[in-house]
Structures are given as structure tokens and as C-alpha cells.
Design a protein around this ligand. Structure first.
Ligand code: NAI
Ligand code: MG
Length: 367
């Protein structure tokens, strides 16, 4: 089988961490006959420098033709003053919009070796493995009207509108239930139906979708504010959490910080299944940005990027065994005490980006 991957390393530490994934791809092609066909493109500031746009039409076409896109990070002080519509972030937004990536997945996993690094008690987070599924293309981020009105008496009015249609809730719920089946078979849906009409509809549509197609999965409903509290109090009660764009943004940041460093956190975004192949459009990226403060120094932690590639293996290519091996390789390397500076104790010995990447590859090779 050929597996078409588009690599968009981007700016700052994006290319440094993507280099470590490239090593893994090379190894899997040579030794596992994985058949990855790699295309490369430019996004963000590097694309702007090359052709004055944050992503070219040619690279958009490559994204459309690929089975999956691996994205590094974009942005940096060098491009702080470029025009709004060609700023680095515009490239990522364009990809999300054109690929219609409506489902954003953010796992929060606590690696045993790092269970002391969280600010929470060890027994609260040890063994934690939850997945937040955030709706990404609707809700208050895009609803109309969205404006600031001058009321004329020295007062202004800021307006955002939360809008959800049935089909948008159905499809994100479907993704959450399908993912739950591959995990602990449990979904918690979070909204605020007590104060929001869109929350009432959300609750109704999730409940109906569950009854019609996914009644084998356990379903709970929780008000989103209470859910935030429960996430910090006892996160292990959750398996898959599904919520709208805004609640998902906040709850996934909370969940992320249960586990420690930004340099550890992967994510995936899915679109609709392709009519012909049944494959979902998908983009995989670390949660972190381009980290200009450490870029070019070999200090970046490549694990978030590598773990994003593991998600790609699992969800786009059904290479579940390889994904698990790669995740085990990461856990083992941490268990052996290897630390990049972001996850190291003060004054502890640290390794570089490529040393961490090599160690994960070495361990993966031996599994
Ligand atoms: P950031 O995530 O780039 O960095 C925040 C802090 O975490 C920094 O101290 C950084 O050194 C550290 N950090 C991040 N990733 C790390 C890694 N892999 N290993 C070790 N340390 C790591 O967020 P910040 O500083 O707010 O933004 C920097 C630039 O990145 C800005 O231009 C911003 O717009 C852009 N950005 C891009 C994103 C994307 O491409 N998806 C997401 C977030 C920010
Ligand atoms: Mg956020």
C-alpha cells in the first residue's frame, strides 16, 4: 500500500521536531515496508518568505491529495508585522477551513515517568489517558452576527453568536462515539443547557445520535463548568469528552496542563470521510507553537510531534500496533530518564532534540 503523507514543518522549532519524525518514517519504510510517500511543503512564515503567502495553492493541492498532513508549527517575531491575511497563522486556518476539519482531538496522557511533574497529586493523574474531542468549525468562533456596534452614547456593544445546526452536532458526536469504541467505550458530553439554547440542542442531538447508532457506548452528560471542576478533581473518571468549540478550547487546555509540558502534547483534526476511500481528511500537529525563544538551539522536545505521528499511524492508516509501539518507545525513553530541558528537573542532565528523537527511534527499533 502507498500512504501519502504531506509534511508541513513550518517555522521555528517546527522543522527541528519534524526532522525527528522524518527519521521514523525513513526507518518504517526501510524495515517495515510501510510505503510512506512523502511530499513536503511550506507553511507560515517560511511560506511567506518564499512566495508572499502563508500557504501556496500548490501546497493546498498537495494537502488535498494527501492521506494525512503532518504539521509542525508556525509563527515568530520575524513576521509579527506582516499583513493580517498573510500572517503565518492564516496558513493553518486556511488548511483547517479548506479541509473542513471539524473534529479536534486532544489526548491528555500521563506518562508514569512524569507523574511527579504535574502540580496535581500523583494518584490523581498517574495512568491518566483521556481524549477531548472538540468541535472546531462552528459555534461562537464563527456564528453571525459577530461585531462591535457603536451605540452612540459613548457605549459600544460587542456581539458574538453561538450557532450550532443538527448536522454539526451529529457528526462530532459520531466521531466521539467511534473513538470511544476503540478505547474505554465511554463518552461524556459537556454543554451548558441550563443557560444556552445551543446547549439544549447539543444535549438533544447527542442523546438521539447515541440512541440511534451507538447505544453500546456509555454516555454521560455534564454541565461544562462542572466538567472543568471534575477534570481537575478526578480526571480519571473520563474516557472521551465531547464538547463545542469554545468549551473544548478551554477544557482541553485544562486537561493538557494536568500532564505537564507543552512539549509533550499531540493533537489530531479530522474532516468528513472521503466518498471514495472512506478515509477521513486529517491533520496532525503538536499543541505547542514555534517556540521562538528556543528555536535553532536544539532544545525543543520532539515528543509532541512524534506522538502526533503516532496518532496519524493509528487514525489515518490503521497501524494500531505501530502506534502503540511508538507510544511505548516514548514512555520507555522517559522511564530511562531521558529529558529535554522543558521536562527536566532543575540542574538535571538534559538531551538535545535529536538525541531524544534518536533514543525514541532506537527503542522503537528494538520493540
Ligand atoms: P509556544 O507554544 O511556541 O511556546 C510557549 C513556551 O513553551 C515557550 O517557552 C516555549 O519555549 C515552550 N515550548 C513550546 N514547545 C516546546 C517544545 N516542543 N519543547 C520545549 N519547549 C517548548 O507558544 P508562544 O510562545 O505563545 O508562541 C510562539 C509563536 O508560535 C507565536 O508566533 C504564536 O503565534 C505561534 N503559535 C503557533 C501555533 C501553531 O502553529 N499551531 C500554536 C501556538 C502558538
Ligand atoms: Mg487554546
Amino acid at each position: 500500500a502507498t500512504r501519502k503523507l504531506l509534511l508541513l514543518p513550518g517555522d521555528g522549532i517546527g522543522p527541528e521536531t519534524m526532522a525527528e519524525v522524518r527519521k521514523l518514517i525513513g526507518f518504517m519504510n526501510e524495515s517495515h515496508g510501510a510505503g510512506f510517500e512523502i511530499e513536503e511543503g511550506l507553511v507560515g512564515g517560511s511560506a511567506y518568505d518564499a512566495h508572499g503567502k502563508s500557504i501556496s495553492e500548490e501546497d493546498m493541492a498537495k494537502a488535498d491529495a494527501a492521506d494525512a498532513v503532518l504539521f509542525g508549527a508556525v509563527g515568530g517575531p520575524k513576521w509579527d508585522s506582516v499583513a493580517y491575511d498573510v500572517r503565518p497563522e492564516a496558513g493553518l486556518l486556511r488548511l483547517r477551513k479548506d479541509m473542513e476539519l471539524f473534529a479536534n482531538l486532544r489526548p491528555a496522557i500521563c506518562y508514569p515517568a512524569l507523574s511527579d511533574a504535574s502540580s496535581l497529586k500523583k494518584d490523581v493523574i498517574e495512568g491518566l489517558d483521556i481524549l477531548i474531542v472538540r468541535e472546531l468549525t462552528g459555534g461562537v468562533y464563527f456564528g453571525e452576527p459577530k461585531e462591535i456596534i457603536d451605540l452612540g452614547n459613548g457605549q459600544k456593544r460587542g456581539i458574538d453568536t453561538q450557532v450550532y445546526d443538527t448536522y454539526e452536532i451529529e457528526r462530532i458526536a459520531g466521531v466521539a462515539f467511534e473513538l470511544a469504541r476503540t478505547r474505554q467505550n465511554k463518552v461524556t458530553s459537556m454543554e451548558k443547557r441550563n443557560v444556552m439554547k445551543s446547549g439544549v440542542l447539543w444535549n438533544e442531538v447527542v442523546t438521539r445520535t447515541h440512541a440511534e447508532k451507538y447505544s453500546d457506548v456509555a454516555l454521560d452528560h455534564m454541565l461544562a463548568d462542572a466538567g472543568g471542576m471534575q477534570l481537575v478533581r478526578w480526571p480519571k473518571q473520563f474516557d472521551v469528552i465531547v464538547c463545542d468549540n469554545l468549551f473544548g478550547d478551554m477544557l482541553s487546555d485544562v486537561a493538557a496542563m494536568l500532564t505537564g509540558s507543552l512539549g509533550m502534547l499531540p493533537s489530531a483534526s479530522f474532516g468528513a470521510p472521503d466518498g471514495k476511500t472512506g478515509m477521513r481528511k486529517a491533520l496532525y500537529e503538536p499543541v505547542h507553537g514555534s517556540a521562538p525563544d528556543i528555536s535553532g538551539k536544539g532544545l525543543a522536545n520532539p515528543i509532541a510531534m512524534i506522538a502526533s505521528f503516532a496518532m496519524c499511524l493509528r487514525y489515518s492508516f490503521d497501524m494500531v500496533k505501530e502506534a502503540e509501539m511508538l507510544e511505548k518507545a516514548i514512555a520507555d525513553v522517559l522511564e530511562n530518564g531521558l529529558r529535554t530541558t522543558d521536562i527536566a528537573a532543575p540542574h538535571a542532565e538534559t538531551v538535545s532534540t535529536s538525541e531524544m528523537g534518536d533514543a525514541v527511534l532506537e527503542r522503537f527499533r528494538s520493540l
